[in-house]
Design a protein around this ligand. Structure first.
Ligand code: PLP
Length: 369
């Protein structure tokens, strides 16, 4: 079976096998990682190794803190403004689809006004706004964008900013860049130094749900509101080594196994990116070569992680999904809000899965087209 689920997504098979082998008795200690105190030396070693490996994979500069927190990426829609707005600041957000809109809605709900710095909504979110269309407000506390819209299958092909580097307000001052990387982090190398805050829910490329990774630049830790839930605070989380309370210990451990797999078996993020590019090219190539399937996204903005496509005759959708499932190709239905199909090709999805899908699609077209 191959699992194309958008989230919680497939985990690498070698990671699951290792977790199974260690589940009841972690390294001869007579107990499971699930049963360990998060303060124990054995668990602290697991947690620290995971952070070190993630820093290594992403080449995280020393002036960034890496936090392992909870509440889903959705909690970060609130935590980001709580931590970064400061007095008189306004959230600036680029709208490229459903997840950006949720980030906008949460900032609005909590703090009122949000400046939409650019939007692809008028064009149906088929291409991201061009760099010159992104216009900040003078009171921008930060600029937030969604690197990869998981439902729309729309990805940025550039990092919003200016010629000098970070995004600039009209008065010329620089605003920190905040990125929701939930569905694209670890899919390839990244220049962390271009960002103020990166956050990602774990359940796509990192590990199981229940964990969120936040990477935040040191100089942004001092502007949080005092009237926020203490678990939201980046400074407090950093001071406590992400252990203000009991962290998502088992998810953190499994994330560590995924980081080890990426380093030791895949060979790092450049190698991962090459594989991901091949997988996406194979599937988009098959879609584009047929009159039976289609994907409407502008080619430079096509997501490598989530490939939505439709059958040009939507009456065949149910049959397609049922036959795909019978052939061992799981979770190809599009998000309930948009319908159609979606194949998520996260890191753990092997190239053989894409081959099997492309073969199935060709066969289905031959029989039903
Ligand atoms: N942002 C993006 C880009 C997502 O894909 C998702 C979930 O799929 C979320 C945010 C919300 O994540 P969570 O369910 O962890 O709150």
């Amino acid at each position: 079976h191959f699992n194309f689920c958008a989230g919680p997504a497939a985990l690498p098979t070698p990671v699951l096998e290792r977790a199974r082998d260690e589940m009841l008795d972690y390294q001869g200690r007579g107990l499971s990682v699930m049963e360990m105190s998060h303060r124990s030396a054995a668990y602290m070693a697991i947690a620290e190794k995971a952070e070190a490996d993630l820093r290594d994979l992403l080449a995280v500069p020393a002036n960034y803190r890496v936090l392992f927190t909870q509440g889903g990426a959705t909690q970060q829609f609130a935590a980001v403004p709580y931590n970064l707005l400061g007095p008189g600041g306004r959230a600036n957000v680029i709208n490229t689809g459903i997840w950006s809109k949720k980030a906008i809605a949460e900032a609005r709900h909590l703090f009122g006004d949000v400046h939409v710095a650019a939007s692809s909504e008028a064009g149906g979110h088929l291409a991201v706004p061009r760099p010159e269309e992104v216009v900040l407000s003078n009171d921008a506390a930060y600029l937030h964008f969604t690197a990869n819209e998981t439902i729309g299958g729309l990805a940025f092909d550039y990092i919003p900013g200016s010629e000098e580097g970070g995004p600039r307000r009209p008065d010329g001052s620089e605003a920190p860049l905040v990125c929701d990387m939930s569905s694209s982090i670890l899919s390839g190398p990244l220049d962390v130094s271009q960002f103020g805050v990166i956050y990602a829910g774990a359940q796509k490329n990192i590990g199981p749900a229940g964990l969120v990774v936040v990477i935040v630049r040191d100089d942004l830790l001092d502007r949080a509101r005092t009237d926020m839930p203490s678990l939201f605070g980046y400074q407090a989380l950093a001071d406590a080594g992400s252990m203000i309370n009991t962290p998502a210990t088992y998810s953190w451990y499994l994330a560590g196994l995924v980081f080890e797999w990426l380093k030791d078996e895949v060979g790092g993020l450049a190698a991962m990116e090459t594989i991901n590019a091949r997988k996406a090219a194979r599937l988009y190539g098959a879609i584009d070569a047929s009159d039976f399937y289609s994907n409407p996204i502008a080619i430079p903005n096509r997501s490598r992680m989530n490939v939505p496509f439709v059958l040009n005759d939507s009456r065949l959708d149910k049959t397609f999904l049922a036959e795909a499932e019978a052939a061992g190709l799981l979770n190809l239905q599009g998000h309930r809000s948009v319908g159609g199909m979606r194949a998520s090709l996260y890191n753990a999805v092997p190239e053989a899965a894409v081959e099997a899908l492309v073969d199935f699609m060709a066969d289905f077209e031959n029989r039903r087209g």
